[in-house]
Unconditional design. Structure first.
Length: 68
């Protein structure tokens, strides 16, 4: 069974990492054990491992008649 990895845009990635780094900076417990003390670096590691407890909601464009 192949586990499909979600693909995020660079803007979604930055938003998720930034939001998680803010949570860590305000005292949230990191989801991974690391020696780093920088909240941004911890959030990046969590993102790479796929353990960040945040999700992205995408607004899809509306379908128009005649394909335009």
């Amino acid at each position: 069974m192949i586990k499909e990895k979600k693909k995020y845009t660079r803007f979604e990635r930055a938003r998720v990492i930034g939001a998680r780094a803010l949570q860590i900076a305000k005292g949230a417990t990191p989801m991974v054990k690391v020696k780093a003390s920088d909240p941004i670096r911890i959030a990046e590691i969590e993102f790479e491992k796929g353990v960040i407890p945040l999700s992205v909601k995408r607004k899809l464009p509306k379908k128009r008649p005649n394909g335009y």
